[in-house]
Design a protein around this ligand. Structure first.
Ligand code: FMN
Length: 217
């Protein structure tokens, strides 16, 4: 598969099959993603991959926390309500919501909640972390490495799901994974898409290239 195909074929997968990617493939994907650039080659990202019994226990706990009305999200990166984003981003988010509702009707929210509670049934989750005193430039590095990781996975036929959902309760992640002094930026579910689950028909439409890029000569 060439780079363009891997990039185009990647999409967010919200329901995975039970088949588990091998440790060798997972480490190989990270090794390839390590080729992404970072500020003065600082390489600030550390990745913790949960799978097997560990992830199953975390999945159960995640569902029970999500169902507890007294516990609220406390992500390490600030959660910004939609109304506080720039207006064009708000419009894109509203358009996505409209498209999702027109595809699935009013059962959409429930379908999505079930999958979110179950961590999308992902058989492996890569947690992208930075040191607690990370700089804004390191957030760039974490994003670049995350995309490289998902494209390297796609190249091996492994699907992915980048999600805030995975890092909603970072204190629990620190305990469960034995991680200290690091901030959880994002979780990436890894596995094989369940073609039979309609939730995977969700599409993320893109703006036209002329709206996002200008060549100035
Ligand atoms: C930082 C980040 C956080 C995300 N968090 C979630 C999430 O919590 N739940 C979810 O269903 N999708 C989440 N997504 C997936 C986006 O909705 C998705 O990338 C976007 O709609 C474009 O669709 P595509 O990835 O299928 O191309 C997240 C994506 C990113 C980059």
């Amino acid at each position: 598969m060439d780079a363009e195909k891997a990039i185009i074929n990647r999409k967010s997968i919200r329901a995975f099959k039970k088949q588990i990617p091998s440790d060798e493939d997972l480490l190989d994907i990270v090794k390839i993603a390590q080729k992404s650039p970072s500020w003065i080659n600082s390489q600030p990202v550390r990745i913790f991959i949960a799978k097997g019994d560990k992830l199953d226990a975390m999945r159960k706990e995640h569902k029970s926390i999500n169902e507890n009305p007294d516990v609220h999200t406390r992500s390490d990166l600030k959660f910004t309500p939609i109304r506080e984003w720039d207006i064009e981003s708000q419009n894109n988010m509203h358009n996505k919501r409209k498209a999702d509702l027109s595809m699935f009707g009013n059962k959409f929210d429930e379908m999505k909640q079930v999958q979110s509670d179950n961590l999308f049934d992902a058989p492996a989750v890569a947690y992208i972390t930075l040191p607690n005193n990370y700089t804004e430039w390191s957030l760039y590095d974490a994003g670049a490495m995350s995309e490289a990781l998902m494209i390297a996975a796609q190249d091996k036929g492994i699907d992915s799901m980048p999600a805030f959902e995975f890092v909603k309760y970072p204190d629990r992640l620190r305990d469960n994974l034995g991680v200290r002094n690091r901030s959880f930026v994002l979780g990436i579910g890894l596995g094989y898409r369940d073609e039979n689950n309609p939730i995977n028909q969700i599409e993320g439409k893109r703006m036209s290239v002329n709206e996002v890029a200008k060549i100035i000569k």
